[in-house]
Design a protein around this ligand. Structure first.
Ligand SMILES: [Zn+2]
Length: 49
């Protein structure tokens, strides 16, 4: 039986990335994960002003 490879689009840069082998999922890389996290943290800070 073949292992099914699932491809997903990175929510940040929209690059196609493999879900199974990716430890940064749903992002394509650590960079995209950190950028997205930073974005949310910034939004949260804005709301508390
Ligand atoms: Zn990405």
């Amino acid at each position: 039986m073949k292992k099914q490879i699932i491809n997903v689009f990175c929510p940040y840069c929209r690059k196609l990335t493999q879900w199974n082998l990716n430890k940064w999922r749903p992002f394509c890389s650590q960079r995209c994960q950190l950028i997205d996290l930073a974005k949310w943290t910034a939004n949260d800070r804005d709301m508390k002003k």
